[in-house]
Design a protein around this ligand. Sequence first.
Ligand SMILES: [Zn+2]
Length: 475
Amino acid sequence: MFLLTDKPIQIPAQDHGGAGGFVTFEGKVRNHADGRAVHRLEYEAYPELAQNEGDKLVAEAIARFALLAVSVIHRVGVMEIGETAVLIQVASAHRREAFAGCEWIIDQLKIRVPIWKKETYQEGDSGWIGADVLAPDETFNSLFTTRQRTLEEVGDNGQEKLRNSRVLLVGVGGLGSASLPYLVGAGVGTLGLVDSDSIDPTNLHRQVIYQAQDAGRSKVERAAAFSKRLNPGVTIETFPYQLDESNVDSLVQAYDWIVDGTDSLAIKSLLNAACRRHRKILVSASVHRFEGQILTVTPDGPCLQCLFPEPPPEKCVGTCAETGILGVVPGLLGLLQANEVLKGILGYGELLSESMLLVDLRTGETTSLRRSKRAGCPGCAGQLPSSTEDLEVNSLQDCPEYLVVDIREFDELPELSIPHIRTPLSTFNRSVLTRPAVLICASGARSYRLVAQLRAEGFNEIFSLRGGVMEHSIA
Ligand SMILES: [Zn+2]
């Protein structure tokens, strides 16, 4: 028997013919917890689920320990010090099973039955604690997904597709904190979480699935706990390390959908190439100050590198730590990422597979840019772009034999004071590139882009002078 009550618990007499042992456990409200004075205690239950889970627990205990009778009474609501919160009575043929069964029930009750405890201290209360992991349950699964199954785009079929899906979240920061709850909420069966970081108070304003008290703890571990509390039936696989070249293939291979929630251009390129190699779908988003962009790379559509052939020079785009960010920006973009995954799994609507959506949260303006495949794109073939270092030189002294090519327009002054060829970007003449060359512009930005383009066209040993005319005494 399992009973929830909001009335003070009276201890019934134990009586069972044939029983050689009776064990009674009484859990009382203590006046202290972890060294703090407790004034009173409150328990809150999800009644239908607690009853369901409690009944199963009692039946399991009887079978497991060959008990003759079990009674568990759990009080809910507000209790004063000294009152009985839980009463467990066990009868068995021998005392050994009675003790063991009773202890097992006490432990299982804490982790399986959805009853939350709040302790009130001198300085406030603890918030709801306990019932961290609830065993998956068909009744709950069914209730949990009722509202979305009603949609004809979902239905029982779609729900089953979601349950069988495997989604990898790379990064559980600002973007992941927004996509994760809704993917778990939608009933995605298995989620992988990759992140090597721990929770940092300076990030909590946008990483809202974490709590202040979790500072310093592993992000993937707390994100997993969050997910299990929301939907106990979800399977969470955690990878508390950085995604890199050595592990990207095994991670990507094991999932159907890859959600890029990082701000690292290097990781985006790695994911783009790996998703192409393994024919997985990548949903990538980026945020910068008040703006965000999102796109989806499918196995046969245009890839990330078709759109951005050259990796931008390092530090070209500031990170959140450098430029600042408002939490709602990754929040909205993370939601849009979850939306892409759900659309794709359920097969309704249109993916951002041939476009990129740009959102400006200051104006609410959205822009959709068409994307198309770029011939000869190495990303499409599962390869990485050449690294930034390969495209630039720091000084002309590093390459004394190289041809120097000034690509500034003719009205840009002053003239270079060193031997060079001048062919402006607007009318750039590729035929001058007969030997290794260094391209120069005013700041190094135009020459960098041109070098990237030329490399994509097959020109090797062409470099850009980092910093351009402004940073070198050559004019
Ligand atoms: Zn491509």
